[in-house]
Design a protein around this ligand. Sequence first.
Ligand SMILES: [Zn+2]
Length: 335
Amino acid sequence: MSTLSETEPEIYPWQAQQYAQVVSQIETDRLPHALLLAGQSGLGKRGFALTVAALLLCRTPAGGLPCNQCAGCRLLKAGTHPDLVVIEPEKPGAAIRIDEIRELIVWVAQTSQQGGYKVVIVHPSDRININAGNALLKCLEEPRPNTLLILVCDRVSALLATVRSRCQRLNFSPPSRVVSLPWLADNLTDRSTAELLLDFSQDRPLLAVEFAGAEFLAQRKALAEGLKRIWQGDGVATEVAAELMSYDALELLDIFSFWLHDLLRLLMTKDEKSIKNKDMIDLFNLICMRLERRNLIDFMDRVAEERTALIGPNNPNKLLIVENLMIQWSGLARH
Ligand SMILES: [Zn+2]
């Protein structure tokens, strides 16, 4: 168990309604003892949970927000508030262990050290195995006064039904562009990429920020150059594949298949406005000059098959997969 504050609590513009609901429940003393924050990753649910915790632990909140100045807020900021615990797997993707939940049960039974609320955040709560889930159920079945349990969950279906049914659920969905675009643009060094990043992240703004920070744009550029060279007969498929190996192969395939969908749209509609990757229009036009729809659809199937192989359990050879695709791409170019 740990207390932490490495992420500043934040309410994002697309969470205003959910936050207003929680604030109103706090103000009217109708807060449930467990909240389930449900929705895809990349929507800021963890930040939401931390802000709710900050609000409950603040001694002098104003206007539904923590004051950021009182002793409670200072302890939280320092990551040392004794009445908050955040339970997270030791490594991303690992499970939350039953002994952590057992420690939690002991902690929940103690009285609050600062005399106010106690808050537990479990994130991501779909990483709890059955035993740990059953232990957690004990906390939920015997709620303590002034104690809030917040479960942050990307895949609600993976959560024990008995745990789920004892929480009040708050749903988070990908926001509309009217809300997400201005926020994202303000959080990027290159505002012009905001729309593209939202397309690629399927409208999950925090994931979009992650893509921007990662090598996403450099990777797209390298893929575009490689595909163009092969298409024009200036590049050898295996050499291009070797160059592309400095990037994440799965992301590479996802970018590629996103482009292939654009190519199909362009072939079918002849309308440049129909495509999502607007910055790639010159490359797409070049390719569409001698690409047949049926060949493209076949190739899209190949990419989907290679993607399945790549995420499969059989220790796939990434270079071989990317090489295969580039060789087939060069076949398509010569068709
Ligand atoms: Zn405060």
